[in-house]
Write a protein that binds this ligand. Structure first.
Ligand SMILES: Nc1ncnc2c1ncn2[C@@H]1O[C@H](COP(=O)(O)OP(=O)(O)O)[C@@H](O)[C@H]1O
Ligand SMILES: Nc1ccn([C@@H]2O[C@H](COP(=O)(O)O)[C@@H](O)[C@H]2O)c(=O)n1
Length: 212
């Protein structure tokens, strides 16, 4: 069992396709060797998109997924408090194809280190309160768009036209309104993306120190 002092929570925010998942996964994989396989977990803010199973597919497609109201940050806060208290939680599974939560959830047991990643994490003061350190991925938006088109078509069941339409309708405007301004709350700003090796090594050293 892990007590409150032992659960280090790191938040990684930034634009969609800025490399948040990649850097979070790399740090988790590397640190598992030092901290123990079962002592570090990654939690994605996207799992906390609100359930939309009561809406038609046509309505779901219209949702603004880049606005803070699309997310259940209250549930994420409850889960972080529970994990810090040594309790396991059931993280919802999310489908980008169905635009809603799936019936199954994934159990996350208490850990020494939790890496949170998501576009809007730093916009919420209640979430920020849980974080021992916060990071903002400062990847240029044109690079993010190129990566998002490829990823959403290959992995999230989208067409190129739908990705470009959504980008102009919500992704870019909400980045300007909410995500970019939240950069001021980050402790560390990482340029260029998820393969910035020096940044990864610095972050791993800091997390090791916080977790020791
Ligand atoms: N530095 C990089 N160089 C090349 N591809 C990258 C880099 N960082 C991320 N990617 C790729 O871009 C896509 C989006 O990255 P991802 O980490 O999923 O972004 P996010 O979690 O911020 O949405 C993925 O396909 C990932 O493999
Ligand atoms: N049903 C959904 C839910 C979310 N999105 C988009 O996902 C982006 C956030 O995830 P990243 O992995 O890219 O950080 C966000 O920009 C939403 O637009 C979606 O398209 N459909």
């Amino acid at each position: 069992m892990v007590n409150e002092q032992q659960c280090v929570i790191i938040g990684i925010a930034g634009a969609s396709a800025s490399g948040k998942s990649l850097i979070a996964r790399t740090i988790c994989d590397d640190l598992r060797q030092d901290l123990g396989t079962d002592q570090i977990a990654m939690i994605t803010e996207d799992c906390y998109y609100k359930d939309q199973s009561h809406l038609s597919m046509e309505e779901r497609v219209k949702t603004n997924y880049d606005h803070p109201n699309a997310l259940d940050h209250e549930l994420l806060c409850q889960h972080l408090a529970a994990l810090r208290n040594g309790e396991s939680v059931q993280v919802p599974n999310y489908s980008y194809v169905e635009h809603t939560r799936m019936q199954e959830s994934t159990q996350v047991t208490p850990k020494k280190v939790i890496i949170l990643e998501g576009i809007l994490l730093l916009t919420d003061p209640n979430l920020r309160q849980h974080m021992h350190a916060s990071i903002f991925m400062d990847t240029p938006l044109d690079i993010c768009l190129l990566r998002r088109v490829r990823r959403d078509v290959e992995e999230r069941g989208r067409t190129m036209d739908s990705v470009l339409e959504q980008y102009q309708r919500t992704v870019r405007p909400m980045f300007m309104q909410f995500i970019e301004p939240s950069k001021q709350h980050a402790d560390i700003i990482v340029p260029r993306g998820g393969k910035n090796r020096i940044a990864i090594d610095f972050l791993k050293a800091k997390i090791r120190q916080l977790a020791s």
